[in-house]
Write a protein that binds this ligand. Structure first.
Ligand code: BTN
Length: 256
């Protein structure tokens, strides 16, 4: 079946009528940002088969070769209440994927702040960016890249972290567009709870390395062994050192 028809088939039950598919783009986040400026609706969806300038956090490259991965970005228009909890949108996408994968009996986890791990390897990444109009938040663009087929996994030499694919983990090929629809369906179901304590509970329930002592790289480059306590209300990661002193991290990295 032609890609657009297949996508239309899987997206129809979600009442997703604002979506665009591109065989090749630079970055779906860039297309979504342009669309947001031009008035894209909430849940406007940009999908690409291949990206030539896919990017991750800290301006790292994200490779989407075509034919095997999922690369998509949702335009989201936060409500007044959601504007108070913007960092939670990254977890909304990650939890959407985790819940979609649970239908295949795959137990994925969130490596704070924006990675999804399966069997301890990186399966997906989320990149949320804000589009402002003067001082007003116009929209968030919530981009996600998922290694679905084995061919989506980049060669190990260029990787900072070992990577895996859905196909490798569950042993059978998975339809990318079916998985996409399932992720969005889970995000739609979770979004009403975004600003509630339940959402933080759901995030912590899927937090990788919770309760473990792991090396943390701080924004200034320092590396220190810290115990991961969990995510707090504002999306920061609460840690404690060997003296029991607690700190909350808003950026940084778990380097295991
Ligand atoms: C990361 O691992 O740091 C995040 C990776 C995010 C990649 C996705 S793919 C779709 C969207 N478009 C991009 O350029 N990046 C995100």
């Amino acid at each position: 079946m032609e890609v657009e028809k297949e996508l239309a088939h899987f997206l129809a039950p979600l009442q997703m009528d604002a979506w665009q598919y591109h065989p090749v783009v630079g970055s779906t986040n860039d297309i979504a940002r342009e669309w947001a400026k031009a008035g894209a609706p909430d849940w406007g969806l940009v999908i690409a088969d291949r990206q030539t300038k896919g990017r991750g956090r800290n301006n790292r490259q994200w490779v989407t070769r075509g034919g095997a991965g999922l690369a998509f970005t949702l335009v989201m228009k936060p409500t007044q209440q959601e504007r108070m909890v913007l960092p939670r949108f990254t977890a909304l996408a990650a939890l959407g994927l985790i819940r979609a994968l649970s239908k295949y009996d795959a137990a994925a986890e969130i490596k704070w702040p924006n990675d999804v791990l399966l069997n301890g390897k990186k399966l997906a990444g989320v990149l949320v960016e804000a589009e402002w109009h003067e001082d007003e938040l116009e929209a968030l663009v919530v981009g996600m890249g998922v290694n679905v087929g084995r061919k989506a996994v980049p060669p190990p030499d260029g990787l900072r972290y070992p990577a895996t694919s859905v196909e490798e983990a569950i042993g059978i090929p998975v339809n990318r567009w079916e998985l996409l629809a399932s992720v969005i369906q889970e995000m739609q179901a979770l979004r009403p709870s975004l600003a509630t304590p339940d959402f933080i509970e759901a995030w912590n329930a899927k937090l990788a390395f919770r309760g473990e002592v792991v090396p943390i790289q701080f924004p200034n480059g320092d590396l220190k062994e810290m115990k991961i306590l969990g995510v707090i209300e504002d999306g920061r990661l609460e840690l404690c050192d060997e003296k029991g002193e607690r700190i909350a991290l808003s950026s940084g990295e778990i380097v295991v």
